[in-house]
Ligand binder design. Structure first.
Ligand SMILES: Nc1ncnc2c1ncn2[C@@H]1O[C@H](COP(=O)(O)OP(=O)(O)OP(=O)(O)O)[C@@H](O)[C@H]1O
Ligand SMILES: [Mg+2]
Length: 264
């Protein structure tokens, strides 16, 4: 049974995807409502990133349907997804490493001077740099990064923060974060969690993949757990706890796990 939500923004129906012999998604159905923060959990290889890549146009699905705002969507590229209001920060960062930080923040949506010139309008580089610096501050990057520096020159954590700043700026309807706090320092991690709360308070929808269950309980309204390409639990965060979630992720019995913890 797919859980019903109010004001559905995204729905997946029976989505499957395999890579050779690996059935990465095995009939996934899920509905996500307006303004929800959904944590998508599961062990390594459970199919989380594959699911997100299907929604964000990085690869197609073998069968099943995706609906955005109640309408069936054909998502064939990252651009299709962006046009449908879906912004994704992938686990393996989706930045153009040879372009500057500032250019990566806007990727084809840069502020221009004389916008009536259409694609020929010159970039407003001063504004680009100014907006880029403001965005970096908002995600908690204190270090003075030069917006003109190429992405190549940044650490993994700094790159992740750039991608997050981008989703923040364009304020997409659905923001998907695939392990956004990997490689991040304490300050930047707080920035990401605050960002998730800010976006939710503004009525947008977030799908958040992480292995950090403590973070999940800090921000998620709802917890969806995958195991071997299927959804095995879909619960309100308020109705569960860390122990139960861990047990479902691993497939262990809750009582056994509780007993194990008590013995420690
Ligand atoms: N491009 C690919 N080619 C072949 N197999 C793939 C590909 N992408 C994913 N897989 C396989 O599909 C399965 C699901 O992978 P996926 O990346 O979705 O897992 P995940 O839940 O995101 O795991 P993690 O928590 O480690 O990121 C795995 O067995 C993985 O090896
Ligand atoms: Mg993954």
């Amino acid at each position: 049974m797919v859980r019903q939500t109010t004001q559905e923004v995204l729905r997946l129906e029976n989505v499957t995807k395999s890579f050779g012999n690996v059935q990465a998604l095995n009939g996934v159905s899920l509905a996500v409502g307006d303004g929800e923060v959904v944590a998508l959990l599961g062990d390594n290889g459970a199919g989380k990133s594959t699911l997100i890549k299907a929604i964000s146009g990085l690869h197609g699905v073998d069968s099943g349907d995706i609906y955005i705002g109640g309408k069936k969507a054909e998502i064939r590229s990252a651009r299709d997804a962006m046009n449908l209001g879906i912004e994704t920060i992938h686990q393996d960062s989706s930045l153009a490493v040879d372009l500057s930080i500032a250019r990566n923040l806007f990727l084809g949506r840069e502020p221009v001077r004389a916008s009536f010139l259409g694609p020929l309008a010159p970039l407003d580089l001063a504004q680009l740099k100014r907006q880029a610096s403001e965005l970096l501050k908002r995600v908690g990057i204190k270090k003075n990064l030069d917006a003109d520096a190429p992405i190549r020159a940044l650490s993994g954590g700094e790159r992740q923060s750039i991608a997050i700043s981008r989703a923040m700026h364009f304020f997409a309807k659905i923001i998907i974060l695939d392990e956004p706090t990997n490689n991040l320092g304490v300050e930047e991690t707080h920035g990401v969690l605050n960002f998730i709360r800010e976006v939710r308070d503004a009525g947008h929808t977030v799908i958040y993949i992480t292995h950090n269950i403590h973070h999940v309980f800090q921000v998620a309204d709802r917890i969806v757990i995958m195991r071997q390409g299927t959804i095995v639990a879909d619960i309100d965060a308020a109705d569960t706890d860390i122990l139960e979630v861990e047990a479902i992720i691993t497939g262990a019995d809750r009582r056994e796990l509780a007993a194990e913890v008590r013995r420690k």
